[in-house]
Every structure is written in structure tokens, then in C-alpha cells.
Ligand binder design. Structure first.
Ligand code: ZN
Ligand code: ZN
Length: 244
């Protein structure tokens, strides 16, 4: 499996990190997880392009995870691609309907399939996926792809999510802010480190990074490391990992 971090930023721009998007590829299958602002450009830079993404899996409906959904639809339509499947938590159908009602000329341009999923097992774009409800200000799902890859979506760190991720070769986890930011709905390094303590995870990548984290990476890793002694790194836009 190949996982490419298209966007490792958040709702506030850093100038370097675009909003959330992750490309998951295996045996010719391609899945885009989340589609925040800038992801359409990163797709092009990754060499995959909008033509080759016919399925999008959403963690939740915050703007920084869905902002490029309509631009993706328009680019696919202009490229002569006639379909797109959008899969996400409850409310995904009305989200897409509402977006299209604002941009009426985009209605009926693509053959859209919308599917709403709940925590548990399902299959999308040929991938077997497990979903787990996170702790966030909107209903949000974390997704796990077998023993290879888990993405936290947006979430506080908590034991249930750490259990869900345990045994993954790669965990991509929200770590939005450094420790001195008082935050709910997202983890800090301290809270994430505590929940990861003693878990078996191959490697952890930190993502959903607010500008507050710039220049603070070393101290954030130290804070996690005071509880969790595994391999932890910062994700970067356009980094690809091969997972066996
Ligand atoms: Zn969110
Ligand atoms: Zn977010």
C-alpha cells in the first residue's frame, strides 16, 4: 500500500501545508480520504491527478476536509470523467446536495454516487475499511485499512481511538497544537503521548498542524516521547510512504 499525505495542515494556513487530504493506493486502486482546500493542486503535484480519483472518503464535514470537493467535481467534469463516488458519515448526502444547490450549474454534470457510512466495517473503492467514531466538534470517523494504515481524522486523543489504531504499521494522527494551547476537540502532544503509551504501532505521523506548531516540532516530539517511546514524526505535504 502507498499512502501520500496531500495536505497536512488545518483550517488556518501555514503557507506550506494545505488542508487535509490523503491518497491511499494499492494494486491499482486509488482512494482519496478528505478533500480540503489545496488538495486538488496537491493531487496534480502528486502525479495522480483528479482524473484518477473516482472515490472520496470523508472523515467529517468541516470545511478544511471538504472545501475542494466541488472543485474536484468540476475538474473531473472538464476532464471528461463522468462519475464520482462520495462516501462519508451521516449527512454526506445533504452536504453534497446543498453544495450543488449553491452552484446549480454543476448539477447533473457528473454521475454522483453518495453513500453514508457508520462506525463498523465497509468496503470502499475496493478497500476494506473499519470506521470508528472520534471525539470532535462534529461527528467524525477515523478509518483503518487492515493492519497497514489508520487515520485518526480530527479528534481528541482518547483510549478508544488508541485501541482502534493499535497494531497499525502507520498511524496518521491529528496533533493540531503544541501543549501551551488550551484546546478541546483536538489533541496536544501531551494528551496524545499519554494515550499512545505502551501501544504497538509501527510509526506515528502527526498531522492537522496549525501555524502554532511552526518552530515547535522538537518540543512537541519531546512531549509525546515523555509518555510514548515509539517512532513519531511530523507528516509533510506530498510525502509518500510504502507500507508492507
Ligand atoms: Zn474538524
Ligand atoms: Zn480539520
Amino acid at each position: 500500500m502507498r499512502v501520500t499525505f496531500l495536505g497536512t495542515g488545518s483550517a488556518m494556513p501555514t503557507g506550506e501545508r494545505f488542508q487535509t487530504g490523503i491518497l491511499v493506493q494499492e494494486d491499482g486502486r486509488t482512494l482519496l480520504v478528505d478533500c480540503g482546500s489545496g488538495v486538488l493542486h496537491r493531487l496534480q503535484q502528486s502525479g495522480v491527478g483528479h482524473e484518477n480519483v473516482s472515490t472520496v472518503l470523508l472523515t467529517h464535514h468541516h470545511l478544511d476536509h471538504v472545501a475542494d470537493l466541488l472543485p474536484l467535481m468540476k475538474a473531473r467534469w472538464l476532464a471528461g470523467e463522468d462519475h464520482l463516488e462520495v462516501v462519508g458519515p451521516q449527512g454526506t448526502k445533504s452536504l453534497v446536495d446543498d453544495l450543488l444547490s449553491v452552484h446549480e450549474y454543476m448539477q447533473d454534470k457528473l454521475d454522483l454516487q453518495i453513500r453514508e457510512v457508520v462506525p463498523g466495517e465497509f468496503s470502499v473503492a475496493g478497500f476494506d475499511v473499519s470506521a470508528y467514531e472520534t471525539r470532535h466538534s462534529l461527528p467524525c470517523l477515523a478509518y483503518r485499512f487492515g493492519d497497514l494504515f489508520t487515520f485518526s481524522g480530527d479528534s481528541e486523543a482518547f483510549a478508544g481511538l488508541a485501541n482502534f489504531a493499535e497494531g497499525s504499521a502507520i498511524l496518521l494522527h491529528d496533533c493540531s497544537f503544541p501543549d501551551d494551547v488550551d484546546v478541546s476537540n483536538h489533541p496536544t502532544p501531551e494528551t496524545l503521548g499519554r494515550e499512545l503509551a505502551d501501544r504497538e504501532i509501527g510509526r506515528v505521523y502527526l498531522t492537522h498542524l496549525y501555524p502554532h506548531t511552526e518552530g515547535r516540532h522538537d518540543e512537541m516530539l519531546e512531549s509525546i516521547g515523555s509518555h510514548y517511546d515509539g517512532d513519531v514524526r511530523f507528516a509533510e505535504d506530498l510525502k509518500t510512504i510504502s507500507i508492507e
